[in-house]
Design a protein around this ligand. Structure first.
Ligand SMILES: Nc1ncnc2c1ncn2[C@@H]1O[C@H](COP(=O)(O)OP(=O)(O)O)[C@@H](O)[C@H]1O
Ligand SMILES: O=C(O)C1=C[C@@H](OP(=O)(O)O)[C@@H](O)[C@H](O)C1
Ligand SMILES: [Mg+2]
Length: 165
């Protein structure tokens, strides 16, 4: 949450000319309601079911940049989909930096305060480490800098090959 996944993938897609999808935005469009509304009306598990379904859908759609919600790693099924189908970039953030960035918390049903952010990050860490092909520390870096760093890694790893000139 608030690591910059949505904004950084948008930037990276633009600078590299990649197809991209943000799973949360896709769910919101499909459901015609906001994530916090889905949580309020049907609960977290209903949202998690939708999340697994759209992850599976896009995992098999050919090469594209998929931006996930931070809770995607909670289900083992999702972790297997990620590991088997993707090159996974884990954007690391501290709770302190997340609180500084967060802005309007009403759109983020699970974001409460510094202490819960700390607990969430610590609790999920082993799951992020399990799925990550590469980890990038985003603290103190702008969206542009993080996007550039990801591009360089993807090129180095042979995941992305951009034509010169
Ligand atoms: N590297 C960054 N530096 C400063 N602000 C950032 C950075 N990445 C994201 N933000 C800001 O933090 C907020 C959350 O970003 P977002 O892309 O929605 O994160 P996520 O999808 O991981 O929850 C947005 O207001 C965004 O502009
Ligand atoms: O961490 C989480 O459990 C969640 C993160 C959100 O996405 P971002 O990580 O893009 O904020 C969104 O999927 C939902 O509110 C649940
Ligand atoms: Mg997001």
């Amino acid at each position: 949450m608030v690591a910059g996944k949505t904004s950084t993938s948008r930037r990276l897609a633009r600078q590299c000319g990649l197809a991209t999808i943000d799973l949360d935005a896709y769910i919101e469009r499909r459901e015609r309601r906001a994530i916090n509304q889905i949580f309020a009306e049907q609960g977290e598990q209903a949202f998690r079911d939708m999340e697994t379904q759209v992850l599976d859908e896009f995992a098999h759609k050919g090469p594209m940049l998929v931006s996930c919600g931070g809770g995607i790693v909670l289900r083992e099924e999702n972790r297997e989909i990620l590991k088997n189908n993707g090159f996974v970039v884990y954007l690391q953030v501290t709770a302190e930096q997340a609180v500084e960035r967060v802005g309007d918390v009403s759109t983020r049903p699970l974001f409460k305060n510094l202490e819960t952010a700390r607990q969430t990050i610590a609790g999920r860490l082993p799951m992020y480490e399990d799925v990550a092909s590469v980890s990038i520390d985003t603290v103190g870096k702008s969206i542009n800098v993080v996007a550039q760093e990801i591009q360089e890694i993807l090129e180095k790893e042979g995941v992305l090959c951009l034509r010169q000139g």
